[in-house]
Design a protein around this ligand. Structure first.
Ligand SMILES: [Zn+2]
Length: 205
């Protein structure tokens, strides 16, 4: 489950999730793994400020369901609205704090998502319950598998790096995503607002 690409084309992040590469260093300290420092978008530094990451997930998309960029993103939005409805009581894309990154190209790497949720609006449940629900919903929505886990605090900064890892190739500019030429990411307005507040607080200290 969760194998999206094979061999040398497998993305660093998938590789880390599946094989546990780099876990040793991250569990014993919060020192960043500089081996990958050139592979990350600057947005990483903002995510680093967020204290309440809750879950982390990898959403696959089967080969025949790769669709268009918009259709893929719509599937993710539907998933988030479902999670919001189930746990926060309203079908609102922006009530939850989410960060999303799409990886893949049409050439050698299948499109897939990596995402993370904060605990905002999810305080009344547990990460395990949310993970199970997302796995079930993603199967309904995208007919594909999801690997979703409670946020591992021992990953520290290294965990957040996974979220903003750059691609090994240029990606086309997109009207749906932010990011430079090597990364496509998106976040909810509530997470953006939260980061803005945290940045202001930090700068005024
Ligand atoms: Zn990946």
């Amino acid at each position: 489950m969760g194998v999206v690409t094979q061999g040398h084309n497998q993305c660093l992040e998938c590789c880390i999730v599946e094989k546990g590469i780099g876990m040793e260093a991250s569990a014993s300290s919060s020192i960043r793994d500089s081996r990958y420092s050139h592979l990350h978008d600057p947005i990483y530094h903002s995510l680093d400020l967020v204290p309440n990451w809750f879950i982390y997930g990898h959403l696959t998309l089967e080969r025949h369901l790769q669709c268009s960029e918009k259709e893929r993103l719509d599937k993710f939005k539907m998933l988030i609205r479902d999670v919001s409805k189930r746990f926060a009581g309203r079908r609102d894309l922006n009530s939850l704090g989410w960060f999303l990154r799409e990886e893949g190209n049409f050439a050698d790497k299948r499109f897939h998502f990596h995402f993370s949720l904060t605990s905002d609006e999810l305080e009344r449940t547990t990460p395990e319950v949310v993970c199970r629900y997302i796995g079930k919903q993603w199967m309904k929505i995208a007919k594909s598998t999801a690997k979703v886990e409670p946020w591992d605090k021992s990953k520290g900064s290294l965990g957040r790096w996974y979220l903003t890892q750059l691609e090994q190739y240029r990606v086309k500019p997109s009207r749906f995503y932010n990011g430079g030429e090597d990364c496509r990411w998106k976040m909810s307005t509530s997470l953006f607002t939260k980061i803005k507040k945290l940045t202001t607080e930090r700068n005024s200290q």
